[in-house]
Design a protein around this ligand. Structure first.
Ligand code: UD1
Ligand code: CA
Length: 459
């Protein structure tokens, strides 16, 4: 589609009661503004100008490389905001869309329909409208005797009769750009809010004898603007449902989709099962045959085929095929579980490779460790990687057996085919094939208790 878009996002968003601008608030991990910009791109609109203003140091980096930026400084109203994008679009003659930066639920299909309606009708303006159950606060669509859109009246300027209209302005439009920028210079602030209303160009078009079309959104949720955090939560639930239904239709099973939150950058293969209270974030990918959850949070984590990831928190982690995690595993950045590995219950792993079929089943901390394949780490074993100043490395060779409650004081290298006795503190390197014991010898004194009691009784 060959069209351009202006995204209005200069406002502060008073009702969010926030120190950051409204459009920078996130919905399923993505800022509101980016939902709109990304949707425009997926509708095929690549020439995008975002009008930014309030706390631009926060909003501008969000769209860097994705859109041009125009700056509005005086917040004189939506007509003024659009005018601010004029320079950036000076070479554009043809359709230009105006989108609201606080409406994350708009779909690419609707934007395409809006553009198509303008292209087919050559209308000066096409307005996306919606039938709102409660129209309060929205601009009302006033139609003439022939049913044509005559003008848009803002809530504060509406007569009682106009206020009773349920058809509302969604804040999405497709204009003929030459008409738009000329009309904007004729907009006045002679209204209840003393603002320059973009919506006034509709009436200007009709006065000039130009066509104005209206396209009604099938689903009013799509046009929902976020003004406060209650609306943010509602919009999140709508998006959550949309995303989860798409994955279920693609072959993912969910026991309770209402308790599963999947961010838009996540990818999931078919025949994955997602159990309740699971959050999948960032660039997480799950391969087929795996079960994830319950009570699991994965961020930028890849999970291979046929894994079980139960009650696990993982951030920046690679989990290969046939692995098991949890219940209650905490896998921190740089962890790589090779094929068939296990990170069991109450296990924390950071910046470490756990080799093929190696197992860390219970109550362990493994940090900055390179572990070979077929290793077994006994319960309660820990790599002491931090000496109070810096992090130190541990290596453990193939097929090595680390007895329970072993402390490996890094830097230390434990070879292949090694056996370490339970309760050892390993401070020196262990060569391949050795038995290592690093603990005090046990002392046994036969009959000690009887003598002890006798001596107590004397006193
Ligand atoms: C606007 C429409 C109203 C419509 C509603 C839909 C006008 C006059 N009214 O009203 O008909 O029903 O949207 O949600 O256009 N903005 C700027 N600079 C400004 C003013 C606004 O960038 O000077 C941005 C805001 O940040 C926001 C968008 O424009 O993203 C809409 O502005 P807002 O003040 O929320 O308009 P509404 O009163 O909701
Ligand atoms: Ca608004």
């Amino acid at each position: 589609m060959d069209s351009s878009a202006i995204v209005l996002a200069a406002g502060l968003g008073t009702r969010m009661k926030s120190s950051i601008p409204k459009v920078a608030h996130k919905l399923l991990g993505k800022p509101l503004l980016n939902w709109v910009v990304d949707t425009a791109h997926s509708a095929g609109i690549h020439n995008i100008v975002c009008v930014l203003g309030y706390k631009r140091e926060i909003t501008e980096p969000l769209v860097q490389g994705k859109a041009q930026v125009a700056v509005q400084t005086n917040f004189a109203g939506t007509a003024d905001a659009v005018m601010c994008a004029h320079d950036a679009l000076a070479d554009v003659h043809g359709p230009v869309m105006v989108l609201s930066g606080d409406c994350p639920l708009i779909t690419a299909e609707t934007l395409q329909k809006l553009a198509k309606t303008q292209q087919e009708s050559h209308a000066a303006a096409v307005v996306l409208t919606m039938d709102a159950e409660n129209p309060y606060g929205y601009g009302r669509i006033v139609r003439d005797a022939d049913g044509q859109v005559e003008r848009i009246v803002e809530q504060k300027d509406a007569t009682a009769e106009q206020a009773a209209i349920h058809e509302c302005n969604s804040g999405f439009y497709c204009f003929d750009s030459d008409f738009l920028f000329e009309a904007l210079s004729n907009v006045s602030s002679n209204n209840a809010q003393h603002e320059l209303y973009l919506t006034d160009v509709i009436e200007i078009a009709r006065q000039e004898g130009r066509t104005v079309e209206a396209l009604k959104a099938e689903d009013p949720d799509e046009c929902m603007g976020i003004n406060d955090r209650c609306q943010l939560a509602y919009a999140t639930s709508v998006m959550q449902k949309r995303i989860n239904e798409a994955w279920m239709k693609a072959g993912v099973t969910m026991l309770d989709p209402r308790s599963v939150w999947i961010e838009p950058g996540v990818t999931i293969e078919n025949d994955v099962e997602i159990l309740p209270q699971t959050m999948l974030s960032g660039t997480t990918h799950i391969a087929s045959g795996s079960t994830v959850g319950p009570n699991t949070r994965l961020t930028n984590t890849t999970v291979g085929h046929d894994c079980v990831v139960d009650e696990t928190v993982a951030i920046d982690v690679q989990i290969d095929d046939d692995c098991t995690c949890g219940p209650r595993a905490y896998l921190r950045p740089g962890t790589h579980l090779c094929r068939g590995a296990k990170a069991g219950t109450h296990v924390e792993i950071k910046n470490s490779t756990i080799g093929q079929n190696s197992k860390v089943p219970h109550l362990s901390y493994i940090g900055d460790t390179q572990m070979g394949s077929g290793v077994n780490i006994g319960a309660g074993s820990i790599t002491c990687n931090y000496d109070g100043v810096k992090k130190n490395h541990t290596t453990i060779g193939d097929r090595t057996f680390i007895g329970s409650d072993t402390m490996m004081v890094a830097p230390v290298n434990v070879g292949s085919d090694v056996e370490v006795g339970a309760g050892s503190v390993i401070t020196d390197d262990v060569p391949d094939g050795a038995l290592a014991l690093g603990r005090a010898r046990q002392v046994v004194k036969p009959g000690w208790m009887e003598k002890h009691r006798e001596s107590m009784n004397k006193h």
